[in-house]
Design a protein around this ligand. Structure first.
Ligand code: SUG
Length: 455
């Protein structure tokens, strides 16, 4: 039996739009207010899930968050019938309506941080839903994500779902997008690597000021450390690193835009971190000690700025790839790369070099997730990795496991319920609420999750 890595992809929701809501995310800013294609976006996501499942890798699907969120608009003081609420919000504060319509829950790499049972003291899988407190439209995901994870991973003897960290800026947490795990295989204990963008509680005024920098990092050191404590990880098996400010300023708002890890491999840009030499030494020592010193060892694969600048990386998203161990292939890996890189001459050169050189990456495939990419979300953003044992897999909710039948049902569902195009003014259309409610009601049956249209 192969060790299991479940990839939980977020199904793109019917309100997928380009609102330019994320400072520091240059692709989102570039496409702000352009016309989106929700149906094509959801189809692209489903195609990616099908591709990963066809490799023999366990795939699952997480439903879209309920949007437009009438309950959040109610919390903000817009009261009345659903159409009254939409109308008031669109007149009084259209930006709030837009935020409460965002389909950003699709980027499940930001849903939570996950530590598998092989790493935790109580031998349960630990999840901490990300509070996403940096940006309002993302912060409203946290409670619902917690609820969803509790429904999907119900067995308390196998799974622990923590509350999100406190919502203050000092504990800003963006989940697995800033977390990587190194292990000989998915079922063995590993080293967890947390990357943060700034200090939280102890930040100096200079550090948070935009006078000397372009963008402020989202993940704080305090948040990463709190998650590691909550998950009861062995401190000897945890490494923390700080993102370089150059990377953040170039548009690297999450670490998964500039590095990706799997097995014992870390593919990273030379300007990704502060103090790279020391970080690599810590990772090497920790990984080495896992296997009593006789492991094959840590394999860092560096991309230098002469090959690809930070700005180019933040544009083509070559690092925002899924690095997948291929089952039954003695540890060889596939890099699933956004199709934008296929036409990007310098990214192609990097990929060709990786394939030529001695390392476990034996295959590169391109995947079209262009609708998501235009909002700054590549293949890696769209999935949450959960390493599980056979027993844990059997104890989670089975209705979200991806099969050909589920794929076909979801495709039909998307074609029935999604609009072909959506503009920002369309978000003020009250019929969008009834359309999406009908969609979520139908999805309850498909995924066997009976609360999607009522929360
Ligand atoms: O948080 N974009 C998301 C993209 C998240 C990508 N995730 C990872 N790198 N793991 C964000 O910036 C844009 C929404 C808008 O502008 O309409 C947005 O939220």
């Amino acid at each position: 039996m192969n060790p299991i890595e479940l990839n939980l992809d977020g199904l793109v929701g019917p309100t997928h739009n380009y609102a330019g809501l994320s400072p520091g995310n240059l692709l989102s800013a570039k496409h702000a207010r352009s016309v989106s294609h929700p149906r094509a976006a959801a189809r692209q996501g489903l195609e990616k899930m099908k591709l990963v499942a066809s490799l023999g890798i366990e795939q699952g699907v997480l439903p879209p968050h309920p949007r437009p969120s009438i309950s959040w608009l109610n919390r903000l003081g817009f009261i009345g019938s659903e159409s009254d609420v939409i109308e008031q919000a669109s007149q009084v504060d259209p930006a709030l309506l837009t935020a409460c319509c965002s389909a950003s829950g699709m980027w499940t790499a930001n849903a939570a941080t996950v530590s598998p049972s092989a790493d935790t003291k109580d031998r349960r899988v630990h999840f901490t839903p990300a509070n996403l407190s940096s940006l309002f439209h993302r912060s409203i995901e946290a409670d619902w994500t917690g609820h969803l994870l509790r429904e999907i991973f119900q067995s308390r003897s196998h799974f622990e779902i923590h509350d999100p960290l406190p919502g203050a800026s000092a504990f800003s947490d963006e989940g697995a997008a800033n977390h990587t795990r190194f292990a000989a295989s998915h079922d063995e204990s590993g080293v967890e690597f947390f990357v943060y963008g700034r200090e939280g509680v102890t930040a100096s005024t200079e550090e948070t000021s935009l006078v000397t920098r372009r963008f402020v990092g989202r993940q704080t050191r305090e948040a990463s450390e709190a998650v590691a404590r909550l998950h009861e990880l062995d401190p000897a098996r945890v490494v923390f690193a700080r993102q370089s400010q150059e990377a953040i300023d170039a548009g690297v708002f999450h670490n998964d835009v500039i590095s990706v890890g799997n097995g014992h491999v870390l593919l990273y840009h030379e300007q990704a971190f502060v103090g790279t030499g020391e970080i690599l030494a810590q990772l090497r020592a920790s990984i080495q000690s896992l296997a009593g010193g006789d492991s094959e060892g840590f394999l860092p694969l560096c991309v230098q700025q002469e090959e690809l600048t930070l700005e180019e990386a933040a544009e083509c998203y070559v690092f925002n790839s899924q690095l997948l161990t291929l089952p039954d292939s003695a540890g060889s890996m596939l890099l699933l790369v956004p199709s934008e890189c296929e036409e990007h001459v310098r990214a192609r050169r990097v990929l060709d070099r990786l394939l030529r050189e001695e390392n476990p990456i034996t295959k590169v495939e391109f995947v079209d997730v262009r609708q998501s990419m235009r909002n700054g979300g590549g293949p890696a953003c769209l999935r949450l990795r959960v390493a599980l044992t056979e027993d844990e897999l059997a104890h989670m909710h089975q209705g979200i496991r991806f099969t050909d039948t589920l794929h076909d049902r979801l495709l039909k569902w998307v074609d029935t319920h999604y609009r072909e195009t959506l503009t920002i003014p369309d978000l003020a259309d009250p019929s969008l609420v009834s359309e999406t409610t009908a969609a979520y009601r139908a999805l309850e049956d498909i995924l066997q999750l009976p609360f999607l249209s009522t929360t």
